[in-house]
Design a protein around this ligand. Structure first.
Ligand code: MFK
Ligand code: FAD
Length: 517
């Protein structure tokens, strides 16, 4: 009888062990800021491999439960989550996952710091990063469109570091008629006669349904059809006594992944709500929210890639086949090297987007960062999500059969990775959003200029061949785009995904080359 038992992969401090992340931050951040924030990154990297990881595993194995009625038949619609889910929320507040982006202690660098925290937190969070994303996006929407009372109350709670005060927010856009085509929203808002509104309608996907508040879209009675007739609303889920505010929860979704995250179908039966940013143009206003969640989505996709890669590399040092370690087989080593390249390409891209986000919000570049962020957000979201799914699949395969077995916690990487390409805008919808950013915001020229400037700055002695390849790729991309644009809208739309993926790969390649010098 064999006495052999395979050693599994072991996770160490996820900041300390990520040499590429550290070298990117050293390159991008002013030295004094990096010195100041490094202990925090190190601390969170430690937690990600220890207590947070344990909490995330508990939350995954104890998914939320919907309790429609109490013992006496009263409708209560409780959603019970495991205590570990609540502890992940407390940890997020204590570590300033949202607050860091709004305190702006490091000015335009604050977002890069915050997104690095998210990068460390997400893979050990059982996707508590989802409510955090919507919380952050909501804080931004309130900052831009909210009145003083929203800023003093909801905003202060959403950006708090105090776990007893910290609120999370939902983002309720999707109805049964369509999550992409939100213009078909049929939720109606009726004035309540006291300056507020009452909402009536059904929302088909509402994640983080245990949040304290949500931002949603509804049509004020009599407003025109289509998306411009929609308005943006703020609502609180519960009254002061803790009862749901005329919200009926039908059921929780039975999902492929994100199992700890409660995602409900619900109906608003006259739920009190407050108009945000005036009547109409709700989609344009809620875009300030979903453009933030799309950045979160990208950071989380990349951080999961990093987690899978770390585990696969550790395992390849421990597992033996045909007389040597997996790592010593040239083909397995090459497979891991490809995963590493994809991780580095994607990490370079998301860190740069975080940088542009910080610049755009602190407005140091007179609109330049705004345009770069506008076009790079959909590209980065779709590109990292697609590479993330492919990477997770390869990571599972690199463990052989163990990668397919639930108690290794590896299948979760693939199940949770898949959703990142669906929610917050599918790949096609984001490809079309890239076209929208080009046609409406004139955002292509600044991106091409930025790419050419970076190529021009690359060290010609050592990296000239790679720079030339990328320059040609960029030229070819522009030719392709101009040809399609001349051919007509249908041709351009049909190729939008190819265009977005290729531009993402080319720009990210340029960023990676910059890091290589
Ligand atoms: C762990 C990871 C964290 C992530 C957590 C996620 C959890 C939440 C899960 C969710 O999925 S929440 C729901 C997410 N839903 C979406 O993202 C919707 C996807 N569909 C789209 O994005 C459609 O393209 C869109 C709804 C925007 C189409 O709407 P329209 O109204 O048919 O398009 P139109 O007329 O082009 O745009 C209306 C206005 O919005 C225009 O402005 P104007 O009023 O000034 O003309 C657009 O310019 C503006 N707009 C649209 N997209 C924009 C934008 N502005 C800025 N940025 C954008 N991306
Ligand atoms: P559809 O819009 O019907 O799309 C179906 C397919 O058609 C997609 O492949 C899409 O790319 C394609 N398509 C659509 N239009 C076009 C076009 N013009 N050109 C080319 N292709 C097109 N939503 C919320 O509002 N709040 C939440 O909290 C939330 N949580 C979610 C949690 C999970 C786990 C999941 C899976 C979804 C969640 N969603 C949430 C919903 C999510 O945002 C939508 O599922 C998503 O936006 C897609 O909408 P849909 O499902 O209606 O698909």
């Amino acid at each position: 009888m064999s006495t052999f038992y395979q050693e599994g992969p072991v996770l160490g401090n996820t900041y300390e062990s990520d040499g590429f992340l550290k070298s990117c931050l050293t390159r991008m951040l002013p030295g004094e800021i990096l010195r100041e924030i490094q202990p925090h990154l190190d601390h969170l990297g430690h937690r990600a491999a220890n207590d947070l990881l344990a909490l995330a595993r508990q939350a995954e194995t104890h998914p939320p439960v919907h309790i429609p009625f109490d013992a006496w038949g009263r409708r209560v619609d409780e959603i019970e989550t495991h205590p570990s889910w609540d502890l992940l929320k407390r940890a997020a507040a204590e570590e300033g996952l949202v607050a860091t982006g709004y305190e702006r202690k490091y000015g335009s660098w604050s977002r890069l710091y915050q997104m690095t925290l998210l990068h460390l937190y997400h893979p050990s969070s059982a996707v508590f990063s989802c409510p955090l994303a919507m919380t952050d996006g909501t804080a931004r929407a309130i900052e831009l469109y909210g009145d003083e009372s929203l800023k003093e109350n909801a905003y202060a709670n959403l950006t708090s570091r105090d776990p007893d005060r910290f609120w999370t927010s939902g983002q309720w856009m999707t109805e049964r008629t369509g999550g992409s085509d939100v213009g078909g929203t049929s939720t109606i808002a009726r004035p309540d006669g006291q300056g507020g509104f009452r909402l009536q309608g059904t929302k088909w996907f509402t994640s983080a349904t245990t949040s304290e508040m949500a931002m949603t879209l509804a049509r004020i009675e009599g407003a025109p059809e289509g998306s411009k007739g929609l308005s943006l609303f703020y609502l609180e889920l519960r009254d002061p006594a803790g009862r749901l505010n005329q919200i009926e929860v039908h059921r929780l979704k039975d999902k492929l992944g994100t199992r700890a995250l409660p995602t409900a179908e619900l109906t608003l039966h006259g739920t009190p709500a407050q108009l945000v940013g005036g009547e109409g143009h709700g989609v344009r206003k809620i875009a300030s929210l979903f453009n933030i969640t799309r950045v979160y989505n990208a950071v989380c996709a990349v951080s999961s890639m990093g987690r899978g890669l770390t585990l696969a590399k550790d395992y390849a040092r421990k597992r033996r086949a045909f007389g040597k370690r997996l790592l010593d087989h040239p083909l397995h080593a090459e497979t891991l090297a490809d995963l590493e390249t994809d991780y580095r390409i994607c990490l370079s891209l998301v860190l740069q987007v975080a940088r542009f986000l910080g610049e755009a919000e602190t407005d140091r570049q007179e609109g330049r960062a705004d345009k770069l962020l506008r076009i790079l957000t959909p590209i980065t979201k779709l590109f990292t999500a697609k590479l993330g799914v492919a990477s997770a699949s390869e990571v599972l395969e690199s463990f052989g059969g163990a990668g397919y077995v639930e108690d290794t916690h590896l299948p979760m990487l693939l199940r949770d990775g898949q959703v990142l390409a669906i929610w917050e805008g599918t790949t096609n919808i984001l490809s079309l959003d890239m076209l929208r950013a080009i046609s409406k915001e004139d955002a292509l020229a600044p991106l091409v200029e930025d790419a050419r400037r970076r190529l021009g700055d690359i060290d010609q002695e050592t990296l000239a061949p790679q720079a030339t390849i990328l320059e040609r790729e960029l030229d070819r991309w522009l030719e392709h785009f101009q040809f399609l644009a001349k051919t007509g809208r249908e041709a351009l739309e049909s190729q939008a995904r190819t265009l977005a993926m290729n531009l993402g790969r080319c720009y990210a390649g340029i960023l990676l080359l910059e890091h290589a010098q």
